[in-house]
Ligand binder design. Structure first.
Ligand code: SF4
Length: 376
């Protein structure tokens, strides 16, 4: 059997982890916070309910570590939805196959119209998003889209269906920089409930996607779980376990973590486990204490107030003015969104908010600017 994350994953048991995480005491938290180096076992303690009263101390340390590694900077990115066609059923998504919505995939002319709008806002880092529809938005569509827009951006990321290693290699050769692939939940039985049909119902294929990306030599991989499907603490432990495994195995690749919480959408599913704002702050700080180098990313799913307050606590990249419908910026602003965004402020307003807190807005990823010179 090939060595992939599945082998590491199989050494852990969800219920045992849950029991551990909910069993820690304040004394356990104090002893972890006295350490210089935080391990995965320590991370478990820091995401436990026992650590909530120590949030101030964790936030201070997270702020200092982030400042030391990333300076006073926040990177800006924007998603561009290319298609809402999808052959999967996901219970929490407005684009799910059985939802009766008009389906759309952007043509070349429409992509360029969206790009012109996005460029006018100042962005240099774009995240291309599609549903999972192999016939319409498979590798050849993505390859073509990257080739079409690469001269406009120094950093192109995708959040699309998981692909095979060779397919990733093709897209990397075309100029792809990063891939975001969230496991949604690491609870296998719950995963099956929320992904009953389509390619995404294959838990293992998704779980091993970052391995295929690492083998393909991708520059950056984004991980995360969709909070609300299962207990966020246990899902976050598995995400951290995944991160540490990948860093050790594919050490040339950079990593980022995102924190999506369930948002309202067409075909509602209610969160099974609620994650409060305080919980999310605790988690962001715990990740930073675990890892000084990992990028922590915050989308417009979160509210204005929350995003204003989280800037100094460990986040390194943030999106703004996002539209979650294909053509949402300039082509068809009224079409149906994948989910409702919460922070609807303009790019300029977000830029002002970041600068007012003493941070510099960064549009380019410096590493990528260097790599990109080979494509020009
Ligand atoms: S989450 Fe992705 S795969 Fe699932 S229905 Fe939505 S677009 Fe399709």
């Amino acid at each position: 059997m090939q060595n992939t994350f599945r082998n590491t994953f199989d050494k852990y048991d969800w219920d045992t982890l849950e029991h551990d995480i909910y069993g820690f005491s304040e004394a356990d938290v104090k002893s972890v916070l006295a350490k210089d180096k935080i391990t995965l076992d320590d991370f478990k303690v820091l995401i436990s309910p026992a650590a909530t009263p120590f949030l101030e101390q964790m936030a201070q340390r997270s702020h200092e570590l982030t400042k030391k590694r990333f300076g006073n900077t926040i990177q800006m990115y924007i998603p561009m939805y290319l298609s809402n066609e999808c052959q999967n059923i996901c219970t929490y998504c407005g684009f799910s196959m059985t939802n009766k919505i008009p389906r759309k995939t952007l043509s070349d002319a429409e992509i360029l119209k969206e790009v012109a709008h996005i460029k006018s806002l100042g962005y240099d880092h774009i995240l291309l998003v599609t549903g999972e529809a192999n016939r319409t938005v498979g590798v050849s569509y993505l390859k073509h889209a990257i080739a079409l827009i690469r001269k406009h951006f120094s950093n192109i990321s995708i959040e699309v269906q998981p692909l095979d290693q060779e397919e990733y290699e093709t897209l990397i050769a075309e100029g792809l920089y990063a891939v975001l692939v969230y496991q949604e939940t690491y609870h296998e039985a719950t995963y099956k409930i929320h992904h009953p049909k389509g390619k995404k119902s294959n838990f293992n294929y998704r779980l091993d996607t970052p391995d295929r990306l690492g083998k393909a030599g991708i520059h950056k991989i984004g991980l995360g779980a969709l909070f609300g499907l299962e207990d966020w603490r246990v899902d976050s432990f598995y995400t951290a376990l995944h991160l540490k495994y990948l860093q050790k195995t594919y050490w040339k690749t950079k990593y980022s973590i995102s924190f999506p919480r369930l948002r309202p959408h067409q075909g509602e599913v209610q969160p099974k486990v609620e994650m409060t704002d305080i919980d999310l702050v605790q988690l962001i700080c715990a990740y930073r204490l675990l890892d000084e180098d990992v990028e922590l990313s915050m989308s417009t799913r979160e509210s204005e107030i929350f995003r204003n307050n989280i800037i100094k606590l460990g986040i390194t990249s943030i999106s703004a003015e996002s539209k979650t419908n294909p053509g949402g910026y300039a082509v068809e602003p009224q079409s149906l969104e994948q989910f409702e965004i919460s922070d609807e402020r303009s790019t300029d307003a977000i830029k002002d908010m970041i600068q007012s807190q003493g941070y510099e807005v960064v549009w380019k990823d410096w590493d990528r600017s260097y790599v990109n010179s080979f494509y020009k």
